[in-house]
Design a binder for this molecule. Sequence first.
Ligand SMILES: *Cc1c(COP(=O)(O)O)cnc(C)c1O
Length: 373
Amino acid sequence: MEKILVTRSSMPPIEEYVDEIRDLWESHWLTNMGAKHQAFVKALEEYMGVEHLDLLVNGHMSLEMTLQAMNLHGEVITTPFTFASTTHAIVRNGLTPVFCDIDPEDYTLDTAKLEALITDRTCAIVPVHVYGHVCHVEEIQRIADKYGLRVLYDAAHTFGETYRGRSVADYGDASCLSFHATKVFHTIEGGAVVFHDAEMGKRIWDLKDFGIHGPESVEAVGANAKMNEFCAAMGLCNLRHVDEEIEKRGKIVARYREHLEGIEGIKLSPQQQDVKPNYAYFPVVFDEKVFGATRNEVAHHLAEHGIMARKYFYPLVNDFDCYRSQYDSKDTPVALSIAKRVLTLPLYAELGLDEVDEICRLVLELHSSRQCR
Ligand SMILES: *Cc1c(COP(=O)(O)O)cnc(C)c1O
């Protein structure tokens, strides 16, 4: 049997992609904000219903460049329950991350614990819509306004989602998206930033191109973080199919829920109010004492049958080798507990419902009450 990985990149029909890149052989314009880049920006702004958007080489550089464009100094409050990128982008900007614990229900920043971490050095909040779970955006904005802080969302998991009818990426001062091959929507590698302040947008535009402002003017210490034309073309193709992809993912998630909802010792993601979800991930949190097996035992059992579920997100960022000497993950006990117990099950549009049945059967084989049935 072929292995089932946690995700699998979606591909547009090959003819469609070939058609899309054909012009590039005529124009010989392969990068530096060419025609595909421009068309893709427009298409995304329309799809998401946002006013300002820029494209970048990947999600990580979108975080780095946006933080740089915000011209921040001091401490940034963020979550340790995320991918390495979020924290690295903060540190690589010379800023100091301060880790806030997460909400035990949706695993996003616990806004009840946020205010206590604010000092006179705090300049911004960088929350993550982890797994596509929408952060407590109103409460975060209220706190940010009260203390005059900037809000930058890591929206890498939210493509296609709306909250109260508005794109999730439209909240905060800016939101950074990832279009990496493993995400719900991708451009092979790629990223974007949605923002409101046009002046900040101009700074990001310069920063992603070495800080070059004009032919004889380099204003900022930028980097090279431009999206090339081949990636933009991939985005234009994938965008035509993304709604269908999300719909298929929804059916797979519904099947998972049929099998796993209500099983003692298993906690599934919340179905959030006022959110149109994108079914980006299917995290399952195990309570060993009730379920009868640990997360690691479940992961091992699945792997023995060729099913590669992943421990997203473990270890916590504050337990990374490069950060652990400066932080203590015990300061974020909820995040620590979830990180030790969470397993993300395979989820992609082409995953078969029979495969979901098999994955769930294997998981439930380890359930302690099975012996009594
Ligand atoms: C994928 C991801 C990123 C980084 O995006 P890349 O496009 O891979 O650079 C940042 N944050 C989170 C939460 C992610 O999952």
